[in-house]
Design a protein around this ligand. Structure first.
Ligand code: SF4
Length: 112
């Protein structure tokens, strides 16, 4: 669902290896909070990653198994602001949905 936006996803990857961002997106789709069929194509926007980083760090990344060792975007270093470092596709898709008014905080919280 968020694979299209994700630089980390590799075809054939095991589903159980999904990061927290992907899990939340999947749950929101199952709950009908996200209609994947009705979504327009979004372009990635790194400004949104910065804008929503603090909110999603607490809601999504805090419980992600990849945060500690594998996610440069959420590392303790100030890498987040460096060019070329992306969050996962789930994180990216959620920022795009929030920015475009397709999901709000109460809706997001249903996927946690
Ligand atoms: S941005 Fe990093 S820590 Fe946050 S959900 Fe994605 S992979 Fe996990």
């Amino acid at each position: 669902m968020c694979r299209h936006y994700c630089i980390f996803f590799k075809e054939g990857q095991k589903e159980e290896m999904a990061c927290r961002g992907a899990e939340v997106v999947e749950k929101l789709v199952l709950l009908g909070q996200i209609d994947m069929n009705g979504l327009p194509h979004f372009d990635k926007n790194c400004l949104l990653w910065q804008k929503y980083a603090k909110i999603l760090a607490g809601y999504i990344c805090a419980t992600c198994p990849f945060r500690a060792e594998d996610c440069d975007f959420m590392s303790e270093e100030p890498a987040r602001s460096e060019a070329g470092i992306e969050p996962c596709g789930g994180f990216i898709l959620l920022t795009l949905l929030m920015e475009n008014g397709l999901i709000d905080m109460p809706g997001l919280e249903k996927g946690l």
